[in-house]
Design a protein around this ligand. Sequence first.
Ligand SMILES: [Zn+2]
Ligand SMILES: [Zn+2]
Length: 129
Amino acid sequence: MDLGREEFDWDRMRQEEDDYFAVKKAAPKTMETTLKGVLSRMSARAGGEDDPIVAKLRSLPYSEYLATEHWRKTRERALNRDGFQCRICASRKALEVHHLTYERRGEELPTDLITLCGPCHKAQHDRKA
Ligand SMILES: [Zn+2]
Ligand SMILES: [Zn+2]
């Protein structure tokens, strides 16, 4: 486990989320199947499939995952922790919770998530391009 990281691993986070967005953009119809590949690679790296609830959460397409009660609560916790402010520019508008890593999808640690406003979130995803 990689706890106590001082700096956010932006490169890795971007790579993982870009995988998702690239697949979505390139092939919306086959997105679900391709995504399963991406996500199973992610979870294979992390281990932790022994928990059936976590395994179920990880098996969901990302869009469905975002609609789960688990994610709603996890997201709310991150927003609360960050004081309902973007961690980059302190905006309080259009807040989104961004995954710094998907390694623990379904059982995220607080340090896996960061609150960003829409524009800052987009900038993180665009940085690679
Ligand atoms: Zn911002
Ligand atoms: Zn994001």
